[in-house]
Design a protein around this ligand. Structure first.
Ligand code: C5P
Length: 307
């Protein structure tokens, strides 16, 4: 008999306050030097006990239409991976319900967040003795951003972006996100980046960025934001140039493409500046396309256990 009937996990989206892209590796991935920041836009995943060997997923929320609820769903694959590695014949199963608020194909690690949530939720549902570090190692098999969705906060990511070192910073940064109706494929953005760049250099993180995160000063951080994928994403979705400009025109300290895009993240001077910026962007882009968030926030977290 199960100890827990259902378990609910909340998991944040991420932005990359710096994303330096290096050469392509033998496995097709790129060497990265990035700084992740988890932000307060969350998916919630509820895992409920199901008959032995069964794993299913149902997605709800505004982006549900863009997600396939089948075996290839990253949350499903995460639950299966955990079952394969740890069950040793035990009679486990899980129905996963994902309430999705993180945009799909938006450059905010929405799929990876759900994989991270599924790992944590199923580990609790099945009462596994698995450490956070072990979960992150499993997560890296599912996608380069999964370990960070588990860790949260702010972290330097190297290798594929999956080797993490937490960044101890001060304060809280206020962002406004502009979502795009049409997503971008991450592999396509990386491929276009390779075409545009020619000979890549070893990626590194600038000292000024680390100092800015340490200080908690948004003006300093604004001057250090960087995303090497910006030109490639703008080449694939030219409207992004206008969106980035729009945020700056409405008082953002700086605009930044989030990951491989197309979500744009605008850094505000503080909470009230972010509220005003969000109001202005809603008037231009529509309420559905704008979110106000803060970061850093913790990674995937158990929020409810029903016994
Ligand atoms: O690991 P994940 O499945 O999230 O990565 C999606 C795609 O993004 C990869 O298949 C690859 O094309 C690209 N990528 C990359 N280098 C990285 C991370 C992702 O080329 N470090």
């Amino acid at each position: 008999m199960p100890v827990e009937e259902s378990v609910r996990v909340r998991v944040p989206a991420k932005i990359n306050v710096s994303l330096a892209v290096g050469p392509t590796r033998a496995d097709g991935y790129h060497d990265l030097a990035t700084v992740f920041q988890a932000v307060s836009l969350y998916d919630e995943l509820t895992a409920t006990w199901a008959p032995a060997g069964e794993v299913s997923v149902t997605t709800i929320g505004p982006f549900a239409d863009h997600v396939r609820d089948d075996e290839d769903n990253l949350a499903c694959r995460a639950a299966r991976l955990l079952m394969d590695r740890y069950s040793e014949g035990a009679a486990w199963g899980a129905d996963l319900l994902v309430d999705k608020a993180i945009p799909v194909a938006g450059g905010m690690a929405g799929g990876s967040a759900d994989a991270a949530a599924a790992l944590l939720a199923c580990a609790a549902l099945w009462d596994l003795d698995v450490s956070p570090a072990e979960l992150r190692t499993l997560g890296a098999e599912l996608g380069a951003d999964v370990p960070f969705a588990l860790l949260g906060g702010a972290a330097v990511g190297t290798n594929r972006g999956d080797e993490l070192v937490p960044v101890l910073g001060r304060g809280c940064f206020h962002w406004v996100l502009a979502l795009s109706e049409v997503g971008l494929s991450t592999p396509e953005v990386f491929a276009r980046h390779d075409e545009l760049v020619g000979t890549p250099v070893t990626p590194r993180i600038r000292d000024e960025l680390m100092a800015a995160l340490g200080s908690g000063d948004p003006e300093q951080l604004a001057a250090s934001l960087r995303n090497d994928l910006t030109d490639a994403a703008c080449a694939l979705q030219p409207g992004l140039v206008d969106t980035l400009e729009l945020g700056r025109r409405h008082g953002a300290l700086a605009g930044l493409l989030s990951g491989s895009g197309p979500t744009c993240a605008f850094l505000a001077a503080g909470e009230s500046a972010a509220m005003e910026l969000a109001r202005n962007l809603r008037a231009e882009l529509g309420a559905d396309a704008v979110r106000r968030v803060r970061g850093p926030v913790p990674g995937a977290k158990l929020v409810q256990v029903v016994r």
